[in-house]
Design a binder for this molecule. Structure first.
Ligand SMILES: [Zn+2]
Length: 575
């Protein structure tokens, strides 16, 4: 039994994510995790919210809540949506957890011991009225480039010019509005990533099996311009993980926290520790997944993410891991495979939170079942290039793939069988038609598994659809409704084979449409069904005489009026 560790990129805490976010990491990682579990592997599937940084602080302030309360509330919102989409995380953690505090401080200490941390004096804007430094978005003023009066310390919204807080004309605090600002010196820690370039290049060079999207982005960042730069890992903020050198104080760094980009990927490990502690598994419980020297040597670790996250996961986080491993006293696991995705657009443009353009996760679940979204998103997953959500395409996917093919097959078979032969699995001997389907499905199953094993999920959904189509074509040709008039035994054999096909479809479709899969098995009275090793045996699995029921409509079609309503509802431009 293989051991597979799967992480999904961590959604940021400040609000509900849209379908493009969902399809870029959480959903495909879930489909793969479900598949590996079905194949009998020992799988650990981890995700968490990414909770630190100024956007969380400002969103909390805008909501009039303490930031810790705000994050706790939004974590629950995101957790409920993940459950609604049937994302089967073994643990959905929080980057603000005590486990991540300890691990982040531990890694910082290990990196300092390895000579990979520099202490740097910097000039930052300080507000005496607020009693604090004002990094990034905490300061606003007039843009020196275009004269826009509400430019932020990191960027002008109007002309998009990247800014430093000290560039702004007539700067003021975004918190109090105070213009009594001064520039003070403050000390920060830098991760000396530039010293790790050769190690990183050597490591990425071994990843010949990665998608080109992953390696090309990594090499571009490694070598662009002056190459990989050292990067600040601390901030003058209150909300975050206090800077400590392992379990020791860090002289001169009192009152500072680690910068969110440093602690967020460490939360993959932190969330695994949260999972182990919640189950009473102790330190060994998570270390056997993350420490090659403590039992994780046989773990295969896969990360799923959108392409914007690739630089951090191919360079910064590996630099942290490689640095911590440098003296050989600890052996933390590096990622084995990075599956990255392009972007999903909405009706030819971008999703927009501020304009209400596109479908967000809460809205999606409010209007249609999770399976519909899961199926369309996976059969259009942006693997080779960006893909485009349109309501026409969505309507077509739901109606033609789910309702007309899979749903229709289940409905026709169970209704006919129950009405004409009674609601139990009949006896019947298979003939050449069934043998031909077994042969075709054996071939198609191998292709489906090959695509899943390679995490080519769009191709895998096409193979799965072809498997559904084969059943429909068989049923249409075998025509039990005709056979029953002249040859009831033949009709019984067709029905028995078709009921077994429903069982097989439920097993194979479970990673993609888990609710429909459960409904199919439930209708067949099957409590447990394993991944087929032999198609002929799988299509002979239901015992003769076993009761079944006709399930509710698995997939309702989306009609044109409804589609047009959705198009108008999510077009954006709302106040
Ligand atoms: Zn400007």
């Amino acid at each position: 039994m293989a051991r597979i560790l799967i992480t999904s990129a961590l959604p940021y805490i400040n609000g509900v994510k849209h379908l493009g976010n969902l399809v870029g990491s959480q959903l495909p990682s879930d489909v793969f995790a479900r598949y590996r579990r079905a194949r009998g592997d020992e799988v650990l599937f981890i995700c968490a919210t990414d909770e630190h940084g100024t956007p969380a602080e400002l969103a909390a302030a805008a909501a009039g809540e303490p930031v810790a309360d705000y994050c706790a509330r939004l974590w629950q919102v995101q957790k409920d949506l993940a459950d609604g989409f049937r994302l089967s995380f073994d643990h959905f953690g929080r980057s603000s957890s005590p486990e991540n505090h300890r691990l982040t401080q531990h890694f910082a200490g290990r990196l300092a011991d390895a000579g990979l941390i520099a202490e740097v004096m910097e000039k930052q804007v300080y507000s005496p009225a607020d009693g604090r430094f004002l990094p990034d978005r905490y300061i606003t003023g007039t843009c020196p480039n275009c004269g826009y009066p509400r430019a932020r310390g990191d960027q002008c919204e109007n002309c998009t010019k990247q800014l430093d807080p000290t560039d702004l004309i007539e700067p003021r605090s975004a918190i109090s509005g105070s213009t009594d600002l001064e520039v003070r010196e403050t000390k920060h820690l830098y991760l000396r990533q530039s010293l790790m370039r050769d190690d990183l290049r050597r490591w990425i060079g071994t990843k010949t099996d990665w998608p080109v999207l992953s390696t090309s982005i990594a090499l571009k960042w490694l070598d662009d311009g002056d190459g990989l730069q050292d990067r600040g890992i601390t901030r003058d903020l209150d909300w975050g993980i206090p800077v400590r050198r392992g379990s020791e104080d860090w002289p001169g760094m009192e009152g500072k926290v680690f910068y969110v980009w440093f602690d967020a990927p460490i939360e993959y490990i932190g969330a695994t520790a949260e999972w182990a502690h919640a189950r009473g598994l102790g330190e060994e419980g998570w270390q056997r997944w993350w420490r090659a020297d403590l039992g994780a040597a046989d773990v295969r670790y896969l990360e799923f993410m959108g392409k914007d996250n690739v630089p951090f996961h191919t360079l910064s986080f590996p630099a942290t891991i490689l640095g911590a491993n440098q003296d050989g006293r600890e052996d933390w696991k590096l990622v084995d495979y990075i599956k990255s995705f392009n972007y999903l657009n909405y009706e030819g443009g971008k999703f927009s939170t501020s304009e209400g353009r596109g479908v967000f996760m809460d809205q999606a679940l409010a209007i249609l079942p999770a399976d519909y979204w899961r199926w369309w998103l996976m059969s259009n997953v942006p693997e080779g290039s960006d893909s485009n959500f349109t309501w026409e395409s969505f309507q077509s996917g739901v109606n033609k793939d789910l309702a007309d093919v899979l749903g229709n097959f289940v409905s026709r078979v169970t209704k006919f069988a129950a009405a004409r032969l009674g609601a139990t699995v009949p006896a019947g001997t298979y003939g050449p038609a069934e043998e031909a389907v077994v042969e075709e499905l054996s071939r198609r199953l191998a292709a489906f598994e090959a695509a899943m094993d390679a995490i080519e999920l769009r191709k895998a959904s096409q193979e799965l659809r072809a498997i559904w189509v084969a059943g429909n074509e068989y049923l249409q040709a075998a025509a039990p409704w005709t056979a029953i008039k002249t040859d009831p035994e033949r009709a019984a054999a067709i029905v028995r084979f078709s009921l077994n096909l429903i069982r097989l479809y439920a097993v194979l479709s479970q990673p993609f449409v888990p609710d429909a899969s459960a409904a199919m098995l439930d209708a067949l009275g099957v409590s447990e069904a394993h991944w087929p090793t032999d198609v002929a045996a799988a299509l002979d699995a239901l015992p003769t005489g076993a009761a079944f029921s006709v399930p509710e409509v698995l997939f309702a079609k989306v009609d044109d009026a409804r589609r047009e309503g959705f198009e108008a509802q999510f077009a954006g431009g709302k106040a």
